[in-house]
Design a protein around this ligand. Structure first.
Ligand code: PAF
Length: 287
C-alpha cells in the first residue's frame, strides 16, 4: 500500500489551521513531540498514537533550553530529510518543524517549573534541564492542542514530570506513556546511542543486564542498599566511567525506596561511558 502524504508546517499559524480543520471534522488528534534523530522508539510512539487517534502530529525541535552550557546541543544528531522519510513510513499525518525564533521569540520571559519531581536524579546532574523540557512541552501542547500526547518510558522522570505538569496546569490532553523499545540484545533505543563506539556499544549492555539482575534481587522485598551498591560496581566493572545514579524509586512520585513494597517501584539509572550519558529504567514489584 502506498504511504499517505505527510504534510509539513513550520509556523504556529499553519499548524493551528491544519489541526483546526481536523478538529472541525470531529477527528481525535494525537501528538508526539521529538527532537528528531528518529529511531524505532519514536516510530513506536507514532504507531501507538496512530492506533488511538485519527491524526498524528509529530514535532521535531532540538530544544536549546533543555541543554546545559557544556552539553551536546551543537553535536546533537540532526537529519531532517531522514526523519521526514521515517515519519512517512510510520503514517504520521503532520510534521511540525518550528525554528528557535518561533519557539522563543525575542523577549520571551516565561518558564514552567515542576517542583518535587525534578530536583533529584537527572535534575541533580543537569540543572535547568527539566525547566527547559516542561517549558517547551507546555508551549508545544498549547500550539498543537492534542487530545493525547505520547512520551517514551525510557525518559521516565520526564514522563512523570510532564504528567504532573499537565495535571497541575489543567492542560486538556491525556499524557500517555509508551514502554521502552530495546535492541534485540536489550539496549534501550536512544538518539545518543550513535555516539557509542563499537566497544562502548557492547559495554553499554551492562545497563540492561544489571537492571534485570537487580529487579530479580529486589522483587521479594530485600533491603535495596547493598544490591544497588553491587549494581553500581557492576556498571563500572562493565566499562562505564561513572554512574550519576542507580536508585529504587516509587514509580509515581520517584521518591527513593529502601525496598520494594506494596506500591509499584522503578529501578532507574543514568551512567556515563566516554562522552555519552545513557538512561534506562524498569518496573519492579509490587510484592
Ligand atoms: O524527549 C525528548 O525528545 C524531549 O525532551 C522533548 C519531550 C521532545 C522535549 O524537547
Amino acid at each position: 500500500m502506498e504511504n499517505p502524504p505527510l504534510a509539513t508546517v513550520r509556523t504556529i499559524a499553519d499548524l493551528r489551521a491544519r489541526v483546526r480543520e481536523w478538529r472541525g471534522q470531529g477527528l481525535r488528534i494525537g501528538f508526539v513531540p521529538t527532537m528528531g534523530a528518529l529511531h524505532d522508539g519514536h516510530i513506536t510512539l507514532v504507531r501507538t498514537a496512530k492506533t488511538r487517534c485519527d491524526k498524528v502530529v509529530v514535532s521535531i525541535f532540538v530544544n536549546p533550553t533543555q541543554f546545559g552550557p557544556n552539553e551536546d546541543f551543537d553535536a546533537y544528531p540532526r537529519n531532517e530529510a531522514a526523519d521526514l522519510d521515517r515519519l512517512v513510513s510510520a503514517h504520521a499525518d503532520l510534521a511540525y518543524l518550528p525554528t528557535v525564533d518561533i519557539m522563543y521569540p525575542p523577549g520571551t520571559s516565561t518558564t514552567v517549573n515542576v517542583t518535587g519531581l525534578t530536583e533529584r536524579l537527572c535534575g541533580a546532574a543537569r540543572p535547568g534541564h527539566f525547566q527547559g523540557v516542561t517549558t517547551v512541552v507546555t508551549k508545544l501542547l498549547l500550539q498543537v492542542l492534542p487530545d493525547a500526547a505520547f512520551f517514551g518510558e525510557k525518559d521516565y522522570q520526564q514522563l512523570k514530570t510532564i504528567t504532573r505538569m499537565a495535571r497541575d496546569l489543567d492542560i486538556p490532553a491525556e499524557i500517555a506513556g509508551v514502554p521502552t523499545v530495546r535492541e534485540a540484545d536489550g539496549l534501550a533505543l536512544s538518539s545518543r546511542n550513535v555516539y557509542l563506539s563499537p566497544t562502548q556499544r557492547q559495554q553499554a549492555l551492562a545497563i540492561p543486564r544489571t537492571l534485570q539482575a537487580l529487579a530479580q534481587r529486589l522483587a521479594g522485598g530485600a533491603d535495596a542498599g547493598p544490591h544497588l551498591r553491587w549494581g553500581i560496581d557492576e556498571l563500572l566493572r562493565g566499562g562505564f566511567d561513572s554512574v550519576d545514579y542507580l536508585e529504587l524509586c516509587d514509580a509515581e512520585d520517584l521518591t527513593p525506596l529502601t525496598h520494594v513494597g506494596a506500591r509499584p517501584a522503578r529501578l532507574i539509572v543514568a551512567a556515563r561511558i566516554g562522552k555519552t550519558r545513557l538512561l534506562d529504567n524498569i518496573g519492579v514489584g509490587p510484592i
